[in-house]
Design a protein around this ligand. Structure first.
Ligand code: 5GP
Length: 191
């Protein structure tokens, strides 16, 4: 096939910054395939295996890494300090890009920089919360993490925000619609 390759868009930002909501809004106006990541964390209430994530054991995850089946992978603070792994399965992403589809990855910052190294044409977008206070309020309001895990996620957020400069674009999520609109323009190559 000699068609145009799809664009690889990577969206990162601290846990609770509203990435999920912004991506849903973006999907209303912009065509892309949202990659389904592998994770070793427990499934949350309201999530569906194969839709939100593929839920793997540590051994299953590591054997995929060793077999070269992950485009990137990273560890992230899990429940009660337990190390949790997240990774992007390689074959579906590469085949969709090859078929001309835009592919969107919603991953944390370590993974985003691995993607940029492996595929420099990837467009990295960092979603910035309006403030740390707002981020904390959103994490608490979501009610999916225990108080001690929220503390860890806020600490991680500070490290992540410090790396925002290494992204191609930073978009502040003060208003979901405006944020999604800016990302749409970035994808379309308008900015
Ligand atoms: P959560 O546990 O809240 O679903 O996700 C925690 C963090 O892991 C979020 O910042 C999310 O973007 C990130 N994440 C999800 N999937 C992947 C992945 O495949 N690779 C990497 N590096 N991070 C991921």
């Amino acid at each position: 096939m000699s068609g145009k390759r799809g664009k690889l868009i990577v969206i990162s930002g601290p846990s609770g910054c509203g990435k999920g909501t912004v991506i849903k809004k973006l999907a209303e106006t912009t065509p892309f395939w949202l990659s389904v990541s592998d994770t070793t964390r427990e499934i949350r209430a309201g999530e569906t295996a194969g839709v939100n994530y593929n839920y793997l054991s540590n051994d299953e995850f590591m054997s995929k890494v060793n077999d070269g089946l992950m485009l990137e992978h990273a560890s992230y603070s899990g429940r009660a300090g337990k190390i949790t792994y997240y990774g992007t399965p390689k074959p579906p992403v590469l085949s969709r890009l090859e078929a001309g589809e835009n592919v969107l990855l919603e991953i944390e910052v370590q993974g985003a920089s691995q993607i940029k190294k492996a595929l420099p044409e990837a467009v990295l977008i960092f979603i910035m919360p309006p403030s740390m206070e707002e981020l904390e309020a959103r994490l608490r309001g979501r009610g999916t993490e225990k108080p001690e895990d929220i503390k860890t996620r806020l600490e991680t957020a500070k490290t992540e925000i410090a790396l925002a400069d290494s992204f191609d674009y930073t978009v502040v999520n003060d208003e979901v619609e405006t944020c999604a609109e800016r990302i749409k323009k970035i994808i379309e190559g308008d900015i």
